[in-house]
Design a protein around this ligand. Structure first.
Ligand SMILES: [Zn+2]
Length: 326
């Protein structure tokens, strides 16, 4: 368990932990809520390290206890996850039994439950009874992506800690560290704040083809690679055959991102460019002024809206590409 992303992106939460500890305002039950990809589990382990660390500056992340927490092998930290989609009563009972066994040490004890909204009603009821008995150095941390799906009885008993979405730069950095090519990482980081979701998109395969198609069509539109319509028909057959409207919205998003990059390039504001490898290829052909490019972005946005209606996709793309290329 690494805390890099947590420390970089959730400073408020780290501060809250430290202040609460210092002012002795810790509560026994926390509910961590935040979008997919936010470092909730990392925060739960960080909290556990804080409670178990024996140094004055907690967590030192070096002592035996801190290291065991980070390795996820500390005997005083308990993790419960949904099994086959739900958290069952039996899992809570097992947790309760293990948790209450008098530990050999006087250690703090912390249990963590992932996806608490997946607890069955009976599981939630046992959990409520169990949490009422928490005292001293015993803590429960529950995690959720959907706080509205968590039972009100659980919500009302916990201190809710909200996680901020990860900034795109952080998502891009993490994707790069996982071996994703830099331009692709930058583009994906604008589509979702979740590294996990990005990896899933890559795993499904479609997104990489869409990005590649956007690169080729973008180059054609700028005048650098044959007629746009021809490029689209040659390279984009897979998209025309895709009946899932989300793919088409995604493709339009990619074209809009690329056009925005061109705008930034025209303005000389190259720092935030996403298509860092494609823009240098397009740049020699970019002979339009800022106003024209801005209108192009507006047109693309309008076309994206049209996808909300029932359109003939072949006509839609023909119309769009001719209109933009004009
Ligand atoms: Zn320590």
């Amino acid at each position: 368990m690494k805390f890099d992303t947590l420390l970089k992106t959730q400073r408020k939460i780290i501060k809250l932990f430290h202040n609460s500890l210092r002012k002795k305002r810790l509560v026994h039950i926390y509910l961590f809520e935040g979008a997919k990809g936010t470092p909730k589990l990392e925060a739960a382990y960080y909290f556990a390290a804080m409670m178990l660390c024996r140094e004055t500056e907690k967590p030192c992340l070096r002592c035996r206890d801190c290291l065991r927490v980070q390795k996820e092998i500390h005997p005083s930290v308990f993790l419960v996850r949904p099994e086959t989609g739900t958290i069952r009563k039996q899992q809570i009972e097992t947790l309760e039994r293990e948790f209450s066994l008098t530990a050999l040490s006087e250690d703090a004890r912390i249990f963590i439950i992932e996806d608490i909204e997946k607890a069955t009603l009976t599981a939630a009821n046992s959990l409520l009874k169990f949490t009422e008995e928490l005292d001293g150095d015993k803590f429960g941390i529950m995690l959720t992506e959907n706080v509205n799906q968590v039972l009100p009885t659980i919500r009302s008993r916990a201190q809710i800690v909200s996680f901020e979405k990860l900034p795109p730069e952080v998502v891009a950095e993490e994707l790069i560290s996982k071996g994703v090519e830099e331009e692709t990482s930058r583009v994906l980081s604008k589509l979702t704040n979740s590294v996990e979701e990005c990896m899933e998109l890559i795993g499904e395969g479609k997104i990489l083809d869409l990005i590649e198609l956007a690169r080729k069509v973008g180059l054609s539109l700028a005048g650098g690679n044959g007629a746009p319509l021809l490029t689209f028909y040659e390279e984009g057959k897979f998209l025309l055959e895709d009946s899932d409207r989300r793919s088409h919205r995604l493709f339009l998003d990619l074209l809009i991102m690329l056009a925005n990059d061109e705008l930034a390039y025209i303005l000389g504001d190259e720092e935030g460019i996403l298509f860092i490898n494609t823009i240098p290829k397009i740049a020699p052909y970019l002979q339009v002024d800022y106003e024209t490019k801005l209108r192009e972005v507006e047109k693309l946005l309008n076309y994206k809206n049209r996808l909300n209606y029932n359109v003939n996709l072949e006509l839609f793309y023909a119309d769009l590409l001719i209109e933009i290329a004009r």
